[in-house]
Design a protein around this ligand. Sequence first.
Ligand code: GLN
Length: 276
Amino acid sequence: MTTIQPQTLRTFFAQSGLPLLEAKMLVEKVLGVTRAWMITHDTDRIADKDWALLQILVQRRLQGEPMAYIVGKREFMGLDFSVNPSVLIPRPDTEILVETALAFLEKYPTASVLDMGTGSGAIALSIAYHCPTASVVASDVSEAALSVAKQNALQLNQSVQFIQSDWFSQIPKQSFHLIVSNPPYIHPDDIHLSQGDLRFEPLSALTDFSDGLSCYRTIIQQAPLYLKENGALYVEHGWDQAESIRKILYEAGFSNISSIKDLSGIERVSGGVFLV
Ligand code: GLN
């Protein structure tokens, strides 16, 4: 393959075929520099070895691989999370779930919180970071995901307890004031699974291989055994699932059931309290 060898970072930005921001993120990754560094060094020559690696990363991006997997990180709730293809890439929508948990913790700052299916740890670690008085436990069935979450806990200097567990199987009973989860909820027939970023993400973190609601049934029906008195539960869900989830919550005996809308006015998070 004949390629033009750009002489400088500036020519690379002009020729990469990627949006400028993405091209800059790839350079930061390859050279190990900051955005601030690039502003003052944009006429620097790219060394041959760096250029070879940059070309590989540009090709990966042009083939659709998510930026977060190529650069190995994604920002969420103002924090940098390491990610790899064993975990879902944290989404801005999920900040609604974290904000709902933080609103609960404003009233009960020393509450114990469980995040189920933590993946990269984005939810659990953001809660721990923004409410240091809470005690946070995070679980996942995937050992590979837990190792990413543990790495993030170290990087963010947060002490969260991690438990490898298939939903509640390894979770101690009556232990939590608050349970949160962003479980796999995409219907297995949804065409989005074979499009865009989702193609590169772990399928078992995206779909329940059932009707999109099976994880909610498991979590919501068993949660009362794991909540302390008057504990709360909130889950993130898809744009058309709020009503079904409120019904599952109601049938499991939850009260004060409510749904919270995202910035586009779509119900994104639903939950309630288990009054005893
Ligand atoms: N919100 C994600 C999406 O639609 C799905 C996350 C999930 O299944 N928990 O891309």
